[in-house]
Ligand binder design. Structure first.
Ligand SMILES: *[C@@H]1O[C@H](CO)[C@@H](O)[C@H](O)[C@H]1NC(C)=O
Ligand SMILES: [Cu+2]
Length: 177
């Protein structure tokens, strides 16, 4: 009975905390996994799936395959440049084989297109095809194909934060399914 009561108290405390943070949408429980460095296309310079449709409150979970990739938010107009204040995983997931021991997660907060790329300059990952989008507007001319075409010939810019400092998401242990 004592244990049950303390669980109730703990649950109430958690709920109170959540309702005090109105900017965070309630989680839907849906997880979208994106694999950075997937070899299904382009010899590993590829996100898979690279075109995701997600609802507000869905969780994006980025898994990192070999090499040294990032998930970096951009704008449609500047495919290989970090969006100021945007989401950045940091270079925290380099792995020689298999998946990195950690994943990078963030919650979808609106239905605006979220364009992203890999910031690895060595090998020109962004120019070569390591780009993607969440919630593309399918009625717009701003398609993923157009974003990729625009990336070719641009120069990759690193986020102004330290290469290891992530922002806009969480680094959490990669839990086996
Ligand atoms: C990954 O690349 C970044 C950026 O070039 C670099 O700072 C970092 O040291 C690299 N990490 C590893 C483990 O190679
Ligand atoms: Cu990369």
């Amino acid at each position: 009975m004592v244990a049950f009561t303390s669980i109730l108290v703990a649950a109430t405390a958690v709920l109170g905390f959540v309702s005090a943070a109105p900017s965070a949408p309630p989680p839907t429980g849906v997880i979208h996994r994106i694999f950075a460095g997937s070899t299904v296309d382009n010899k590993g310079l590829h996100f898979e799936p690279e075109n995701v449709v997600a609802e507000i409150g869905d969780l994006i979970e980025v898994h990192f395959l070999p090499k040294n990739h990032t998930f970096t938010q951009a704008s449609f107009d500047k495919p290989c440049e970090p969006l100021a204040g945007g989401i950045f995983s940091g270079f925290n997931f380099a792995t020689a084989a298999g998946e990195s021991k950690d994943v990078f997660t963030f919650t979808i907060e609106n239905k605006e297109p979220l364009w992203y790329y890999c910031s690895q300059i060595v090998g020109g990952h962004c120019q070569t095809g390591m780009t993607g989008v969440i919630n593309q507007n399918f009625d717009s001319a701003n398609t993923l194909a157009a974003f990729k075409a625009k990336a070719v010939g641009t120069v990759t810019k690193q986020p102004s934060v330290n290469a290891l400092d992530s922002q806009g998401g969480s680094i959490v242990p990669n839990q086996p399914l």
